[in-house]
Design a protein around this ligand. Sequence first.
Ligand code: AP5
Ligand code: MG
Ligand code: ZN
Length: 218
Amino acid sequence: MYAIILGAPGAGKGTQADILSQEMNLPHIASGDLFRQALEARTEVGLLAKSHMDKGELVPDEVAIKIILERINQPDCASDCLLDGFPRTLHQAEVLDQALEERGKSIDRAIYIEVPNEVLVKRLSGRLLCRTCQAAYHIVNSPPKIPGRCDKCGGELYRRSDDKEETVKERLNVFFAQTLPMLDYYKKQGKLIKVNGNQEIQKVTEEILSALRAPISS
Ligand code: AP5
Ligand code: MG
Ligand code: ZN
């Protein structure tokens, strides 16, 4: 199964993809995480991506496409994967389809996690992430058992530099202007499923799991 998890910044893409990848035994591929790893490794791509991410804007299509295609060409993605944060533009969606088609595959489902704007802002302002395994926490909604430490791996928790108020505003603007229109591409193919992301994490997971297991309607 090839599935895409779509949603605005803070919608819970990473949180859900992390749970689902364990439940369904699928690799979780997150474009944002790939860029942050590239930055930690001080690669050219990482430094270039940072200059865009810090402004809340998208990294250029060709850079995002290259990093994702390299990753999904790895053997663990030969027959399944869960994409988080990619595609974000119509061009990315079309290139992804072409790449999958070349190996006789296609996207099975595009899940859109819908959350009201004011909730998104609250979530991002309290988010903490594990530097080692990328697990997401929230200082109020889902705090770690030991402050500053990841429950799963003991890694250090940090705040993302693009979670500053001004950058969050811009990320939301960019989502509504550049990514939301792309949803139509999957809607026309009968692959888009909307889930209510403004409920408990576990409830959202249940909705997504039943959407992934349901037969395609069109
Ligand atoms: P990326 O890393 O993908 O960031 P994003 O899309 O802005 O989304 P986030 O990771 O901030 O949110 P999320 O939906 O994963 O939410 P999370 O689960 O953490 O991209 C970063 C940047 O990289 C982009 O701005 C762009 O520059 C670049 N980029 C990436 N992909 C690109 C592409 N394809 N093309 C071009 N550029 C690209 O949850 C958020 C918080 O809420 C957490 O604290 C969590 O604990 C909490 N939470 C989650 N679910 C719930 C719930 N149900 N109830 C209560 N709290 C919850
Ligand atoms: Mg994320
Ligand atoms: Zn961790």
